[in-house]
Design a protein. Structure first.
Length: 166
C-alpha cells in the first residue's frame, strides 16, 4: 500500500479544483477498513455541507479507482473536521492560536506525553508548537513529536464558530 502522503498527493489537486482543502487522510479499522478523508472549504466564510461531502466522495473515488493506491477493500468516508477538529498541519496551530487543545506526543516532552492548554502558535525557528499551560507556563513541543492534537470544545471556540471567525 502506498503511504497516506501519497494518497493525499493524489487527491489534493481534485479537492483544490473543487474549492476545498485537505485536512487529514487516515485509514481506520481492521477487517472492515475505512479511508477517512477530512476536507474543508478554502473560503473560510463557507460552511461544509452534506452535499459537499457527497460531491467530494464521488470525485476522489474516481481518482482513487484509476490510481488504485490502496490494496484490498475499503470504504471511503468524507467529512468536515468539525468544531473540535484535529490539528494536523503547521498552519492549524497558527490559525487556531488562542484556543484550547489537547496534544499527545510520540516521545516525552518535559517529562510528559499529554498536554492540555491554549495553543499559542508556532516557534518557526525551532519548528515547535507553543502551548500555554494552566499556570501560564509556555511549553515548546517539537512539531515532529506531535502524535495527535485536537481542539477542545470550549465557550471561546463556540463563540468563534457562531461569529464565523474560524
Amino acid at each position: 500500500m502506498t503511504s497516506f502522503n501519497e494518497v493525499a498527493e493524489l487527491i489534493e489537486p481534485t479537492l483544490r479544483d473543487m474549492g476545498f482543502e485537505l485536512v487529514q487522510v487516515r485509514m481506520v479499522g481492521g477487517t472492515r477498513r475505512t479511508l477517512q478523508v477530512m476536507a474543508e472549504p478554502i473560503d473560510r466564510a463557507r460552511r461544509m455541507t452534506v452535499d459537499d461531502c457527497a460531491e467530494i466522495s464521488h470525485a476522489i473515488s474516481a481518482v482513487l479507482d484509476v490510481a488504485d493506491p490502496i490494496a484490498g477493500a475499503y470504504t471511503l468516508e468524507v467529512s468536515s473536521p468539525g468544531i473540535d477538529r484535529p490539528l494536523v498541519r503547521r498552519q492549524d496551530f497558527v490559525r487556531f492560536a488562542g484556543f484550547e487543545a489537547k496534544l499527545e506526543t510520540e516521545e516525552p516532552v518535559a517529562g510528559r506525553k499529554r498536554f492540555h492548554g491554549i495553543v499559542r502558535g508556532l516557534d518557526e525557528g525551532e519548528d515547535a508548537v507553543l502551548v500555554e499551560q494552566e499556570k501560564g507556563e509556555l511549553i515548546k513541543i517539537p512539531f515532529a513529536s506531535v502524535k495527535k492534537a485536537k481542539l477542545t470544545l470550549s465557550e471561546a471556540l463556540l463563540k468563534s464558530v457562531v461569529a464565523g471567525q474560524d
